[in-house]
Design a protein around this ligand. Structure first.
Ligand code: ATP
Length: 587
C-alpha cells in the first residue's frame, strides 16, 4: 500500500472536528489496508511504531530532521531555519520546500507504508557512534522520494509531532466497524486491548481471524494488562453492603503498583501506567525470580520501601529515588523494596483473568514462596463493621493508606482496564500532620536484623498515664537512629533490662526485651492515628481502639533531663489527636 493513501486520510482527519467523521475516515483506511500491515498503519496513525509499553520512541530532534530536509530539498539549513521561525512547524516547511524542489529525480520511487515503517524503525533504533549521520541519511532518503504532502507528515511523525488526536477508543470503534461486523463487537475488541495494551496486535488478530478469533484472545507474557481499578466508599457499612455482606479486605499498601511478568528467569516489570520499569527495581526482579515457584506468571504486587532492620514501611516518597537512574543501585541497597502481592492473572499457560478472585487468590498463595521481603498482601475475610474498622486502623498505623475490599462473589473476575465495584478502596478522607515532638519512655525493644544485627532494630515506646501511673504503648520506633546511637543503645539500656514486662507497663505487644521504664527520648511522627494494637488512650476516642504515632522517628535528643513521669502524658496525646482533627475540619 502506498503511503499516500495513509496521508490522504491524515489530511481529512485533520480537517474535521467531529469524532464520528474521524471514525468514518479511519474505517475507510482500515478497509483499504492489507491485513499484514494493519498493525503498522494503526501505530503510524498514532504517531508511533510500537505500543507504548515497548518504550521505543521515534523522537528525532528537530535539528536533525532539519538537516535531512536540507539534504533532500537541496536548500541551505539557514534558509529552512528562517522559514521554520515563521511557521513553527517543520512539517509545513518541508511541504513548502519540496514543492519548490529544484531537481526532481527521475528515479523517484513512490513511498510504500512498508518502506516508511521499516526506515522509521531503523531511525528509531540507531544508536552509538555515527548514528546521527545514519538517521539524517535514512530520513533524507525517504524525503527524497516523498511528495510534498507526504514529507509534511513524515517530518511530523519523526519529530513526535503528528498530532492527529486519534484516541485509542476511536481506533477501537473503527476496528469494530471495519472488521468486527459492527459497533456491537466493540466490547470484545476492547477486552482484547485491555488484555494486551497493544492496538496493533489486536487489529492484526481481528483482521486476520475475525471477531471469533478475538473472543478467545488471551493474555500473554510481555504484554502488560491494563490494570483493574477500585471504586471508593467512605464507610465500612456501605462497603460491606455493596459487596453482599462479606468481603476480603486487604491492606492498601502505599508504594508503587507493579505488574510482574515472569518467563523462566526473565522478569519484566510494568508500572500502573504500563511503562517498563524493570530497570528501576533490580531488587524486585530478583524477588520475583526467587519467590515465584511457577515457571511463567503474571503477578500484581505493591512495591514498598521497607527498612529491613526494623521491618517498618517507609513513606511512598522513598521510592522517588528509583526515578533517578544514577541513584538506583544506592537506593536499592539502602532501602530495598518488599513486595506485597495481591493478584495473579496468568500462570503456566493459563489465563486467569476470568476466574473469580477467590480462585486467583488461592493460586497466588500456592505459587509464592513467602518471606519477609515477599508476602501476600495482608488480608482478612470479614463480615462485620467492627472487624473491618479495626483492620483499617491497623493498616493505617502500619503505614498503609487504608484497605482495598474485594468481592468474593463468583463473578469477581479481573476487570482489566476498568474501575468497578468488585474492588472498593477505603481510605481516610483526611490527612493531618503532627507538628510537635513528644517525649516517650522506652519500655521494650526488638532485636535488629541485617545491618542492625547485634543491636536493637526498634524500640517500644510509651506515654505516661498520670491517672493510674502506668505507661501505655504508642509506637514501635526504628527510624532516626544514627549508627552511633545504634551502637550505644544496648549499653545505655542494659541497666534497665528485665526478664518480663514491667508491671507498670501496659502493652499488648510482645517485645523481645523488656525494660524498667526509665529512659526518655524525643520523637516526632507523621500524625496520631487510631490503633487496634497500642494501649495509649485505649477506649477514650473509640471503643476498642487506642492511639498510635504513625511513621515515628527519633529526633536525636535523649531527654536525660526528664524522668519517665515527666514524659508526654496520655491526656496530652488525646488533646493532640483532637486538635489534629479540628485542624482538618478548618482546612
Ligand atoms: P490511589 O491513588 O488511591 O492508589 P489509583 O487510581 O491509583 O488510586 P485504585 O484502583 O483506585 O488506584 O486503588 C487501588 C490501588 O491501590 C492500586 O492501583 C494499587 O496500586 C494499590 N494497592 C495497594 N494495595 C493493594 C491491594 N491489596 N489490592 C489492590 N490494590 C492495591
Amino acid at each position: 500500500m502506498y503511503y499516500s493513501v495513509v496521508t490522504e486520510v491524515y489530511e481529512r482527519i485533520e480537517s474535521t472536528t467531529k469524532r464520528l467523521e474521524m471514525t468514518d475516515y479511519l474505517v475507510e483506511l482500515f478497509k483499504k489496508t492489507p491485513k499484514e500491515i494493519i498493525d503498522k498503519v494503526v501505530y503510524l496513525t498514532q504517531g508511533k511504531l510500537y505500543p507504548d509499553f515497548m518504550g521505543i520512541e521515534l523522537g528525532v530532534a528537530e535539528r536533525l530532521a532539519l538537516r535531512a530536509l536540507a539534504k533532500a530539498s537541496g536548500r541551505k539549513e539557514g534558509e529552512i531555519e528562517e522559514d521554520l521561525a515563521k511557521t513553527g512547524d517543520l512539517g509545513e516547511s518541508a511541504q513548502r520546500f519540496l514543492e519548490k524542489r529544484r531537481q526532481v529525480s527521475f528515479f523517484q520511487k513512490p513511498l510504500t507504508v512498508d518502506r516508511v515503517y521499516q526506515t522509521l524503525d531503523k531511525i528509531a533504533k540507531a544508536t552509538g557512534e555515527g548514528s546521527m549521520d545514519l538517521k539524517v541519511n535514512l530520513l533524507a532518503g525517504l524525503l527524497a522520494d516523498a511528495s510534498p504532502k507526504e514529507a509534511k507528515y513524515l517530518i511530523r511523525t519523526v519529530t513526535g509531532k503528528l498530532r492527529l488526536g486519534v484516541a485509542d477508543m476511536t481506533i477501537l470503534d473503527a476496528l469494530a466497524i471495519a472488521y468486527g461486523g459492527g459497533k456491537g463487537t466493540r466490547d470484545i475488541i476492547e477486552r482484547a486491548y485491555n488484555l494486551s495494551s497493544d492496538l496493533g496486535k489486536v487489529a492484526r488478530a481481528l483482521a486476520e481471524g475475525g471477531i471469533e478469533n478475538l473472543k478467545n484472545f488471551k493474555v500473554s507474557l510481555g504484554n502488560p494488562i491494563r490494570p483493574m481499578l477500585a471504586e471508593r466508599l467512605s464507610s465500612p457499612a456501605e462497603i460491606l453492603e455493596k459487596l453482599g455482606g462479606k468481603c476480603i479486605a486487604e491492606y492498601k499498601y502505599d508504594g508503587e503498583r507493579i505488574q510482574a511478568h515472569k518467563d523462566g528467569d526473565k522478569v519484566l516489570l510494568f508500572s500502573r501506567r504500563l511503562e517498563n520499569i524493570t530497570s528501576q527495581y533490580p531488587d524486585a526482579v530478583e524477588l520475583i525470580r526467587t519467590h515465584v515457584k511457577a515457571k511463567e506468571a503474571i503477578i500484581e504486587a505493591e512495591c514498598v520501601a521497607v527498612n529491613l532492620d526494623t521491618g517498618e514501611m517507609m513513606p511512598f516518597q522513598e521510592l522517588m529515588h528509583r526515578r533517578r537512574k544514577y541513584d538506583i543501585a544506592k537506593a536499592a541497597e539502602e532501602y530495598p523494596v518488599s513486595l506485597f502481592a495481591f493478584d495473579i492473572l496468568y500462570v503456566d499457560g493459563k489465563d486467569l483473568t476470568l476466574e473469580p478472585y477467590t480462585a486467583r487468590h488461592k493460586v497466588l498463595e500456592e505459587i509464592i514462596e513467602q518471606s519477609d521481603r515477599f508476602q501476600l498482601a495482608k488480608y482478612i475475610i470479614v463480615d462485620n463493621v467492627e472487624d473491618l474498622e479495626k483492620f483499617f486502623e491497623e493498616a493505617v498505623e502500619a503505614g498503609c493508606e487504608g484497605l482495598v475490599c474485594k468481592s468474593l462473589n463468583k463473578d469477581s473476575i479481573y476487570q482489566a482496564g476498568a474501575r468497578g465495584w468488585l474492588w472498593i478502596k477505603y481510605k481516610r478522607d483526611y490527612k493531618s500532620e503532627m507538628t510537635d515532638t513528644v517525649d516517650l519512655v522506652v519500655v521494650g525493644a526488638f532485636y535488629g536484623r541485617g545491618k542492625r544485627a547485634g543491636t536493637y532494630g526498634a524500640l517500644l515506646l510509651a506515654a505516661y498515664n498520670h491517672d493510674n501511673d502506668t505507661f501505655e504503648t504508642i509506637c514501635k520506633c526504628g527510624s532516626g537512629f544514627t549508627d552511633e546511637d545504634l551502637k550505644s543503645l544496648p549499653k545505655m539500656l542494659e541497666p534497665y533490662k528485665i526478664g518480663h514486662r514491667h508491671p507498670r507497663v501496659n502493652s499488648e505487644i510482645e517485645a523481645d526485651v523488656w525494660f524498667v521504664p526509665r529512659m526518655v527520648i524525643e520523637v516526632i511522627g507523621a500524625e496520631i492515628t487510631l490503633s487496634p494494637i497500642h494501649t495509649c488512650a485505649r477506649d477514650v476516642i473509640r471503643k476498642g481502639s487506642g492511639l498510635a504515632i504513625r511513621f515515628p522517628r527519633f529526633t536525636g535528643r535523649y531527654r536525660t533531663d526528664k524522668s519517665p513521669e515527666d514524659a508526654t502524658t496520655v491526656d496530652e496525646i488525646v488533646e493532640m489527636y483532637k486538635r489534629q482533627l479540628k485542624k482538618i475540619e478548618i482546612e
